[in-house]
Write a protein that binds this ligand. Structure first.
Ligand code: ATP
Length: 678
């Protein structure tokens, strides 16, 4: 596997036991992955390589995995590269002596900055042979680039990138080898650049890497113990252990050292949900009506909670006298005389600097003897005078960073709806009824500061309808309906589960859920809007091909002030031409005036969905039908809000879009055949 295609020799003679993993070896694996779309083959390539790393250089296992998943650290560490095209082009130019104009022309022609870098590199003979890159070296180099801040940071980032590029492809430089098309081996420059851009574009999903890691570990453990290679069933068991552990503790920084020290079977004992490391939140499935909820939960006990319209907040706390129980991994928590605490977003981003007022009061919400907890909550803007919740928009006016508790203007009330960890033990496996009882027993509400989510346990349609109306009167978005008893009601981290259903007030008319879409392009405004963008091109995300597929143009729902702001935010994201992973109509009149890097995610509502050749969302789902070539598109889309808590690859998927379209079609057909809705 480590050998380059076609050559009989060991391409990495220096990679001996204990020696650093050559970055070129990782890039060879990337190239093999790039050449196939088959999930099993991709997993095999990765796990074989990871096995080799475990055999020879286990100390480099962690950075290797991190480079594979295109992340330098776990999400909560807040380390992001996200470097724009223009900065990278500048670095490539300065590093290779090619002019910016030539690089831009190449980019226009090739459309992949990674390949442009590879091409620039392979043409450059150098006087001194640079030292080959190592996985650890590249990881450290990229981390350095990500951490640069403040004055002169752009120049420092460029110099960091140049350093890496200068050493890239040490073995092929100046030999006239064409590495742009995988002909003469992989290109390190290509993958470095793609990493900097935030996407390796190999079709290598994080879940696949997780499976590959678990297989490599299992096989290596068996080999080292002189045992037989695990059977297929044992492999799957091992994968399940790994997946469960990772969903409760999504941090390779913690799991990998633990698995190397204790072995896979011990992992669930030593790596548990723990304060300081945010768990990936459980998510809900959308539903179209209360009757759909009743169908799903027929014969089961369930509960309807108010769905508060604020920001998801996972609150972690450890009391001063319990800190010694949680060694390591607690750097993420803020320390003061009351103990350790932090608030994490839906995206595992640390929100502690946004909510010092909340953190300052945690100790007043708990009854005596509470030593540690993780609560799943929603923070909602609170009207102190009228003593009621305020709309989401108010919450958005709060500053995000360096907030001082005494300066906070928009007060928030925290509504707790789940307890995930309590006094040293995870409680995710308990039923929701048990978790809720424990939460109500051990915490005490404080008006305007901390409340339990309002709920009613009913399975009668009329009563649920009443609860829904009451929730709307209380400024909520609708209901969250949750399985209450049985094993199915356990907390399922990171899963969009059928055991949690959301019923939004506006479902009852129009399309079920709103969509979260990525901004790919814009059109210059006319009339009053001439100095700003007047409309935008949006797309859904297709995780299987890693592409953004266009779905609509949107120009409704924006105030003049917002358009000004959006213009300022979007101008720095302008790129010369659409990225190769954007899928849109090729008809000239359908093209936007400008294209952007895929960064912003907006929540959008629509009247209904239709098929159109102009957009390409989920078009592959209609291939071979009379609608071939058409994608799903939104009719009368309206901007609701920006989803700063979602990354572009967390946007609504094209599969979900196709599902929405089909559901709508089924309903239309159903109601027409019955002669209308009653
Ligand atoms: P999703 O989180 O399902 O991707 P989303 O982020 O667009 O969707 P919604 O569809 O509005 O959010 O619904 C889920 C969100 O509702 C949760 O992530 C949480 O922030 C919020 N929420 C409010 N009240 C509750 C509650 N009682 N139980 C669970 N979540 C709640």
């Amino acid at each position: 596997q480590a050998k380059l295609k076609g050559s009989g020799k060991d391409p990495y003679p220096d990679w001996k036991a204990g020696a650093p993993v050559p970055y070129a070896a990782l890039c060879t694996t990337f190239s093999l992955v790039e050449m196939t779309r088959k999930r099993l083959e991709i997993t095999d390539h990765c796990s074989l390589f990871l096995r080799q790393v475990l055999r020879l250089t286990p100390a480099d296992f962690l950075p290797t995995v991190q480079l594979m998943i295109n992340k330098l650290a776990a999400d909560y560490a807040g380390i992001e590269l996200g470097i724009g095209e223009s900065l990278i082009m500048k670095a490539i130019g300065e590093c290779t002596g090619r002019s910016l104009a030539v690089i831009k022309a190449d980019q226009r022609e090739i459309g992949d900055l990674g390949l442009v870098a590879a091409k620039s590199r392979s043409n450059q003979p150098t006087m001194f042979k640079p030292k080959p890159l190592t996985v650890r070296g590249v990881h450290e180099g990229l981390l350095g680039i990500a951490k640069v801040q403040g004055h002169g940071s752009q120049d420092k980032k460029i110099s960091g990138i140049k350093k890496l590029l200068a050493a890239a492809d040490a073995d092929t430089v100046g030999k006239g080898v064409d590495i742009t098309e995988n002909k003469g081996g992989p290109s390190e420059a290509k993958f470095i650049v793609r990493f900097l851009e935030g996407k390796l574009r190999l079709g290598l999903a994080e879940k696949t890497v997780l499976v590959a890691v678990s297989r490599a570990v299992q096989t290596h453990e068996a080999e080292s113990a002189g045992n037989k290679i695990p059977s297929a069933e044992q492999m799957v068991e091992g994968e399940n252990i790994f997946k469960t552990v990772y969903s409760e503790l999504p941090a390779y920084e913690v799991i990998i050292p633990a698995v190397l020290e204790h072995g896979l079977l011990k992992l669930p004992e030593v790596c548990k949900l723990s304060p300081g490391i945010p768990i990936k939140p459980m998510l809900a499935k959308p539903t179209k009506s209360i009757t759909e909820v009743l169908d799903r939960f027929e014969g089961k006990e369930f509960t309807c909670e108010y769905k508060y319209d604020g920001e998801r907040a996972q609150i972690h706390f450890v009391s001063p006298d319990s800190i010694h129980q949680y060694p390591g991994a607690l750097d993420t928590l803020q320390k003061d005389s009351k103990g350790l605490s932090s608030i994490f977003s839906r995206n595992s981003e640390d929100l502690s600097k946004k909510y010092p007022d909340v953190l300052g009061k945690l100790d007043t919400w708990v009854k005596p003897d509470v030593k540690s907890f993780v609560l799943d909550c929603e923070t909602v803007a609170w009207d102190v005078e009228a003593k009621k919740v305020l709309p989401f928009q108010q919450l958005m006016t709060r500053k995000r960073k360096d907030v001082k508790a005494e300066d906070v203007k928009v007060k928030v009330c925290v509504y707790a709806f789940d307890l995930l960890f309590f006094n040293g033990e995870p409680c995710v496996k308990k039923s929701l009824r048990e978790r809720r009882e424990l939460m109500h027993e051990c915490f005490q509400p404080v008006e305007g500061e901390f409340q339990f989510a309002q709920y009613g346990n009913s399975n009668v349609l009329d009563e649920i309808q009443e609860l829904l109306e009451a929730s709307v009167k209380a400024s909520c978005e609708g209901l969250m309906v949750k399985m209450l008893d049985t094993a199915e009601s356990g907390y399922e981290p990171s899963k969009r589960s059928r055991n949690w259903l959301k019923v939004k007030k506006d479902y009852l008319a129009g399309v079920g859920d709103s969509l979260d879409l990525v901004v790919l392009g814009a059109y210059y405004g006319r009339g009053k809007r001439t100095s700003v963008y007047g409309a935008f091109l949006l797309a859904a995300y297709n995780p299987s091909s890693d592409t953004y597929e266009t779905i609509c143009n949107i120009g409704t729902g924006f105030s003049e002030v917002l358009l000004e702001e959006l213009h300022q935010t979007l101008v720095p994201l302008v790129i010369d031409r659409p990225k190769p992973f954007y899928t849109h109509s090729t008809v000239p009149k359908d093209q936007p005036d400008v294209w952007f890097e895929p960064r912003l995610v907006w929540e959008v509502k629509t009247a209904d969905l239709t098929l159109s050749p102009r957009y390409q969302a989920a078009a592959d789902e209609f291939q071979g039908t009379t609608d071939a070539g058409k994608g799903v598109s939104l009719r009368f889309p309206r901007y609701i809000k920006s989803r700063d808590d979602k990354k572009p690859d967390e946007a609504t998927t094209t599969r979900a879009v196709a599902e929405m379209y089909r559901k709508q079609e089924a309903v239309t057909k159903d109601t027409t055949s019955k002669g209308g809705v009653d």
